[in-house]
Design a binder for this molecule. Sequence first.
Ligand SMILES: [Fe+2]
Length: 399
Amino acid sequence: MNKEKVSNHQEESSLERKWPWWPLLPLYPYGQRRTCFRELIPNQIWSLDQLQGLYYVAVPIRLTVVKVSGGLMLINPLPPTGELISAISSIEKKHGSVLTIVLPTASGLEHKISLPALSRSFPKAKLWICPGQWSFPIGLPLGWLGIPGNRTKVLVNDGFPHQDCCEWFSLGPLNIGLGRFQEISCFHKPSGSLLVTDALVGIESKPPELFNQDPVPLLFHAREKGNEPLQDSYQARKKGWARLVLFSLFLRPQKLDIPSVAEVFNNAFNPNLRTPQSHFGIYPFSWKLGWDESALKLLGRDKPLIQVPPVVERLIFPRAKEVFLEWLDLIASLRGLRWLISAHYSPLTEFSSRKARNLRRDIAKRSWANGEGDFSFLNGLDENLLRAGIVPENPLEGF
Ligand SMILES: [Fe+2]
């Protein structure tokens, strides 16, 4: 490709990935969202993944396209960039139009922020949203949040869409103080797929495909100090990914220190690191020996490891283990369950009633949200919120 063609191609890619509403929730990669498109189950389920995070701590966030009678259903909205809309159009050509857009979570801001823009891209689609939507710092009516009332229904209260091929059931509601936590799971019977948002995820040691073209966030976090250059290798990518997983699941893992400001600045501004891409060498982290042992517990070696994300366990369900177990009982009773598809981390993980029963048994046996080791930061956060009266002691009361 000559220089002019390369530059045109880059301009086109940048337009195709543009997300102008990024200041509403200013997360990396801000106004440029690359989308990774995959057919997960032939002619049944497709995934569209983008990255989202803070300070290069980015993990995949996913919109799932599901084949339903007469067309398509989109679950968990994402910013409708040109790239994302072209991918959905390519599925529509073969499988019919988008009939339904589902926002199955009440609390996941990262999932609801793009619903208004996505709904404008599919003006004929019906919208189904989780009950108990709330906004912070002030509660606004749906219309003010840009959700069109004339074509929106509420899951549970108004029923459920596409019940000929989908079984729906709720996790929660729980009172989490600022609002409610609830997510509505969907079991797509023809493919045997359980679609969830945040409550259950599969994670593997291999970095997600989204980083293939731009591994900078992985390489940034694979270092020990800010004066080290970003060096690419598969090992560095895997190391960076393991650390991103620890950050995103525990917020502040136990084996992480925050160095003094003086130390951070002493290591910054090295000649080959004076670029915005490497944050000018500012790297306010220091990993202690043994950090990798914590990561190993979370990462499946050859296939994704199914788990409850620690942030969900310690901040949402610390006093509601039974509610979570009842939900797992429902999952274990699904006939023909074959796959878990969640809105973060690995797109497709093998699952079954037997595996759901085993997971339930393990969770029932082990201590839950105990606050030790890597959980200690989350533990402190929850205890402070509880002490300040922001979160209630009993999450089943106060609706
Ligand atoms: Fe989420």
